[in-house]
Design a protein around this ligand. Structure first.
Ligand SMILES: [Zn+2]
Length: 262
């Protein structure tokens, strides 16, 4: 599942493949962009904001941004011309961008849109501060979360309008490390700022690598405290980790380290 750090890595993959290249062709396989053609456009750069990927292209004075959202399952892969596209099944391809040197293939992308680069900020304005952005602002994230005091803290951390970049893994791990029961109301979280900063630290510590760990260990089976560990013993207290549905997602927690209020 793409978390903020994965999106950042994906941005680098596309950037290395295409930045500075003149596109020789494009193939959009989504109805809203069926007639778009980026052939002749130069790829100027790429960036990410939360789970949103922004690929900037230019032609003369015109500047456009190709926006995509990776959600749970999206990915960009880069290939050499003629190389087999091994990333995912072909029916998941949403866009292909070709240059003389590289081919970038976007799989299962969501919210694919071509917007004017000048309008990027407005387009993304509804998003909260990006955990990996240069403009990361913990106080602003706290302010946004606190604005919905009745939401559960788990829901609040996943809400990209509060802060952009926390996925289900980092949510569960942040709550464990904060000692918070996932259904705790925002209003009852003792130190929101600490929790938000912890989430940022966990995501940032995985920036630049594909594997994700919150424990510091990259060994298989040791990379998380609670996420994906149902019925296994808590690394701190030995109690069996629990798993349950919460707001259409699953959540994991240790009933002893993250007790529900009586
Ligand atoms: Zn425990």
């Amino acid at each position: 599942m793409p978390e903020g750090d994965t999106v950042w890595n994906t941005a680098r993959v596309v950037e290395r493949a295409l930045v500075g290249e003149v596109l020789t062709g494009s193939d959009f396989r989504v109805p809203q962009l069926a007639t778009a053609d980026l052939g002749g456009w130069t790829v100027a750069g790429s960036g990410s904001r939360g789970k949103h990927l922004l690929l900037r292209v230019e032609r003369g004075d015109e500047k456009l941004t190709l926006h995509s959202h990776l959600r749970m399952d999206g990915a960009w892969r880069a290939y050499r011309p003629g190389e087999r596209w091994t990333g995912r099944p072909a029916h998941l391809i949403r866009v292909v961008l070709k240059s003389a040197r590289s081919v970038a293939v976007g799989y299962h992308l969501h919210e694919l849109a071509l917007i004017k680069t000048a309008e990027e900020a407005a387009y993304l304005e509804h998003l909260g501060p990006d955990l990996l952005g240069a403009d990361w602002d913990a106080a602003e994230a706290v302010r946004r979360i606190a604005g919905k005091p009745d939401a559960s803290i788990a829901e609040a951390l996943l809400d990209q309008r509060n802060l952009a970049g926390v996925g289900n893994l980092y949510k569960a791990e942040t709550l464990f490390l904060s000692g918070l029961w996932p259904w705790t109301r925002v209003a009852e979280v003792p130190d929101l700022e600490r929790t938000v900063k912890l989430a940022q630290k966990l995501v940032a510590s995985n920036k630049g690598r594909w594997s994700q760990t919150t424990t510091g260990s990259l060994r298989r089976g040791e990379t998380s405290y609670v996420y994906g560990r149902r019925a296994q013993p808590c690394r701190r207290c030995g109690t069996a980790i629990q798993k349950a549905d919460q707001d259409e997602r699953v959540t994991y927690w240790c009933p002893r380290c993250q007790p529900s209020p009586e």
